[in-house]
Design a protein around this ligand. Structure first.
Ligand SMILES: [Zn+2]
Length: 406
């Protein structure tokens, strides 16, 4: 068998045939010829454009054994009124990419499974290249219809980078997928989401769950005043945990901190107060029993926090009454952090109950939240928000990448 024939079979590049194969020191260079007769703009697909010149363009393809594989092809440079100076379209690579589609798809598939550092090592490319590949693959695979017919959505922020930058993510409660993400975490970030929707898409949204403390509320009431606002249970519970821990820290400070044995003991009660009792170790439970016997303020904080969590487990019709009871208990608790929290929740009561009523389950959002956070961790090397957003779409928007040659 001739070498070119062998490479034709091995590479399986669509729309091309192999003319020549050369072995360099670092790479196998495969020169191919494009089968298409009439050139098509790689940017927009326009035909009948003026050919300006011919140039050889290289692409990195999947490695052949230990060797890198470079595809080279003589292409026509075109002038497109819409896209400017561009190469003609080739079926084996995305527009503007120095990699073949197979190479990019494999990289993106790996990025879904593993840490980015491993992807860079395995594929022998840099961080920045992975980021750009992901952006192209996501733009290609992301379902354009994902913004149609949304009914219940959740908006949340995800922090990334060492200097605490933020992304705003919009999730579809019914599918559990992230449908949109952008930089920032204020009303303007969310406004950009609504601005991108058609009137029909906006009209289908019935309810939106958000974090009580973030500035998203304004953007919602301005864009879709008819949508119901629900306050995400996950964040409400988190506020309860914070109040409970504040009470413990106040007690710690009051009891001479780590200089007294009591202060030291208080320091060690953290998990007994915050962790679900069914998940506590025997030691933690024993400590909790000590709290019950010796520190009324901390015990009260523990009970208040537990009751707040319980609000999301009772039958819907009991929720309003229970919340009312919790609010008056917390306001009278003489624990400053809970008095303050009761004031905040009272102000947002309708939204807290809406979340219970609509059953915008925190489980799903919580899972998505931690997944997005994990991704931003795994992708710590991404300095650009666009690459991270691509990564979040890739892993949380239900994108399924077909592996090359499978
Ligand atoms: Zn064009």
């Amino acid at each position: 068998m001739r070498v070119t024939t062998a490479f034709n079979r091995m590479l399986g590049l669509p729309g091309a045939w192999v003319r020549e194969v050369a072995f360099g020191e670092q790479a196998v260079i495969v020169t191919v010829v494009l089968r298409v007769k009439k050139p098509v703009c790689s940017g927009c697909g326009a035909r009948g454009l003026k050919v300006k010149e011919h140039r050889i363009k290289p692409w990195r393809h999947l490695d052949l054994g230990g060797l890198r594989c470079r595809i080279e092809c003589r292409l026509r440079r075109l002038y497109c009124p819409g896209c400017g100076d561009v190469y003609e379209m080739v079926p084996w690579a995305r527009a503007g990419s120095p990699y073949t589609r197979d190479f990019e798809d494999l990289s993106a598939w790996l990025a879904q499974q593993m840490n980015q550092t491993q992807v860079t090592k395995l594929m022998r490319i840099g961080w920045e290249s992975v980021g750009k590949i992901l952006e192209r693959v996501v733009a290609d695979y992301l379902d354009e219809g994902r913004l149609d017919g949304l009914r219940f959505i959740g908006v949340d922020e995800v922090s990334y980078g060492a200097d605490h930058k933020f992304l705003t993510c919009v999730a579809n409660h019914e599918t559990g997928g992230i449908v949109w993400a952008t930089e920032g975490r204020n009303a303007a970030s969310l406004k950009a989401f609504f601005d991108g929707l058609t009137d029909e898409q906006k009209a289908s949204i019935k309810a939106i769950s958000i974090d009580m403390s973030a500035g998203y509320e304004k953007a919602i009431t301005e864009a879709i005043p008819d949508a119901e606002i629900a306050f995400d249970p996950f964040h409400v519970i988190q506020l309860g945990a914070k109040a409970c821990d504040r009470v413990r820290r106040d007690e710690y400070n009051r009891h001479g901190r780590s200089s007294s044995s009591e202060g030291k003991w208080i320091k060690g009660t953290r998990y007994s107060l915050l962790k679900d009792t069914t998940k506590q170790t025997t030691r933690q439970l024993l400590k909790l029993a000590e709290v019950v016997l010796t520190n009324k303020r901390m015990y009260r904080a523990f009970l208040l926090y537990g009751e707040l969590r319980y609000l999301y487990k009772v039958p819907k019709h009991e929720a309003a009454e229970r919340l009312e009871a919790w609010l008056s208990w917390a306001s009278r608790s003489r624990l400053k952090p809970f008095v303050k929290l009761a004031r905040t929740i009272r102000k947002h009561k309708a939204g807290v109950l809406a979340a219970v009523e609509l059953n915008l389950s925190n489980g799903r959002l919580e899972a998505l939240n931690s997944k997005a956070r994990l991704i931003s961790h795994r992708a710590y090397g991404f300095h650009s928000a666009d690459a991270l957003i691509a990564m979040i779409y890739l892993c949380c928007a239900g994108i399924q990448i077909a592996l090359p040659h499978r």
